[in-house]
Structures are given as C-alpha cells and as structure tokens.
Write a protein that binds this ligand. Structure first.
Ligand SMILES: C[S@@+](CC[C@H](N)C(=O)[O-])C[C@H]1O[C@@H](n2cnc3c(N)ncnc32)[C@H](O)[C@@H]1O
Length: 279
C-alpha cells in the first residue's frame, strides 16, 4: 500500500488543477496536437486526477493507462471516472468515457514502478505523464526512468513536483527550521529508494537534457488562502507529523508552530511542472 489517502488526494485535486503551469501544459498540447488519437501512460495515477486535469488539452481520442501499485486507489479511480464523464460504459476491463466531444478509454494497471518501470514504457505510449510523483522517487530511479524513456524516444509531461519551498503568512520565527526538517523528511524512502524530494526536478531535468531532450519548465505553486482551509489544515498536520518524526524540532516548539498556523491568511507551497520531448 502507498499510504496515500483518497480523501487527501480529493482535497488537493482542485488546487492541483488550478496550480498547473501554462508553459509546459501548452507545450504538451502542441506536441499532442500532432496525434489524431493518443495513448497516454500515467505513472502513480492515484484516483485519476491527472487524467481529469489533462484530457481537455489532448486530442479528441485518448487511450489512457493508469498505473499505480495501490489497488484501492485504482478501484477509486474506476468508481470516480464514470461520474466525472458525461457518458460511460465498461468495455471489458476498460472504461469508455465521453466528455465534451472527446472519447477516452481508460485501463487500470496495478504495478510496482519501483521494480518495473521499463515494462510499461516499452509498450511505447505516445505520451508519459505523472502528477505529484517524481518527488517520491530516488535519483537512481530517475536515471533508470530517463534511460527507458530515451530508449523509446517518448515525451514526458510531469506536473506538481514539490520544490522544497513553503511560505506562510503571517510568518513564524521557526518557519525556516520547520521547512528544513520537512524537506529532510521528504528525502526519506517512500518505497522507490531514498526520495529525491525537493531535488527531483533538478535531477530529472539534468537527466533528460543529458539524453538530448528539450525541457520546458514552469512553476506550479499551491497558492492557498482562507478559502482552502481544509487543505491547509491537512497540510499543516502532515508537516507537523513529518517534522515530529525527524526529531529536529522539539515537540513543544513544533506544537507552538502548528498553533500559530492554525488560520493563516496565505500559504504557498512550491511545485514545478515540466514537458520534455526528444530533440
Ligand atoms: C502523491 S500521490 C499522486 C497521485 C495522483 N497522481 C494525483 O495527482 O492525485 C503518489 C501516487 O504514487 C503512487 N505510487 C507510489 N509508489 C509507487 C510505486 N512504487 N509504484 C506505483 N505507484 C506508486 C501512490 O500510490 C500514489 O497514488
């Protein structure tokens, strides 16, 4: 199991969608515009949020394969997508969906991408995508992934990779200390080797450029206000728990930090999107 709660994924989904950077998204749309029908492989799909954000920018016919190692999340995706679509039917193991003049088929694959990334890539989809995934993997895994991607000369649209930055308003004297401890926690093993965490995008961009890819990058920060209170509370709880596990901030100090950020005016969490295509 991944430990990613479907409720947490639902809470972040609207914010993830509105935060996406335009540059990489438009570059992906231009590239995909060359296809009448496109096959898309979504890595670490969770409940299908990336499909629900990206479909609009892709051609009228789309064949998605959602890959995750968590069967509960794939099952949730299978349940959620028909309610998101205007029309849906099952086609064997796949879903066939219609929405706003576009036709999508969706298949679901349970796979541990730690042990097998080469297999899904070797099926040569037209586009590989991932959302909120690359900060979980290790630098060694990124190199391995980049080799597989480049061997098949496939493009990558990867969004919402955490970049290590957090800003709270009003601020608190130990924000920087808490953030440093949180970033340390983000580099712990999440099942795909010691996580690249905040360094993921830098490593991924370098790995792709070294394999002759053109890479377009754009910031996609969460800009949270009081309207996003539920997500903020959940986020602050998650940070408190992670930082507590590091032991780098004394418990009482951390509790005071959490209390001070119980109703912030604004909170910004940095992410980066990229679109990479072989030159
Ligand atoms: C932060 S969630 C993002 C989910 C989804 N992409 C989204 O944007 O809502 C990370 C996802 O990666 C999946 N994941 C983590 N490790 C994995 C592995 N070794 N193999 C396949 N999927 C994995 C988790 O199950 C989870 O669904």
């Amino acid at each position: 199991m991944s430990g990613f709660d479907p409720e947490w994924l639902s809470l972040r989904e609207p914010v993830d969608h509105r935060s996406r950077a335009r540059g990489p998204r438009d570059a992906c749309a231009r590239y995909s515009g060359g296809f009448e029908r496109i096959t898309v492989l979504d890595l670490g799909s969770g409940t299908g949020s990336n499909l629900r954000a990206s479909w609009f920018h892709l051609p009228a016919w789309q064949d998605w394969c959602l890959v995750d190692h968590d069967p509960a999340l794939l099952e949730a995706a299978r349940r959620m997508l028909p309610t998101w679509a205007c029309a849906s039917r099952t086609d064997g193991e796949r879903l066939a969906l219609e929405r706003s003049g576009k036709t999508l088929t969706v298949s679901f694959e349970r796979a541990d991408l730690m042990t097998d990334i080469e297999g899904p890539i070797a099926r040569r989809p037209d586009l590989v995508t991932a959302a909120a995934f690359f900060d979980l993997v290790s630098c060694a895994w990124i190199d391995r992934f980049a080799d597989a991607l480049a061997d098949s000369r496939l493009p990558l649209y990867a969004v919402l990779t955490y970049d290590g930055n957090a800003r709270w308003e009003p601020g608190h004297p130990i924000d920087a200390k808490v953030n440093a401890a949180f970033n340390e926690h983000q580099t712990r093993n999440k099942g795909l080797g010691p996580a690249a965490g905040p360094h993921a995008t830098r490593h991924l961009v370098a790995a792709l450029r070294a394999r002759s890819y053109a890479v377009e990058i754009g910031d996609s920060p969460w800009l949270l206000t009081r309207d996003d209170n539920r997500l903020i509370q959940s986020l602050a709880n998650g940070i408190e728990q992670a930082v507590g596990e590091t032991g780098l901030v004394p418990g009482e100090t951390l509790a005071a930090w959490r209390e001070a950020h119980s109703h912030p005016e604004r909170c910004e969490i940095g992410h980066v999107d990229l679109f990479a295509s072989p030159m």
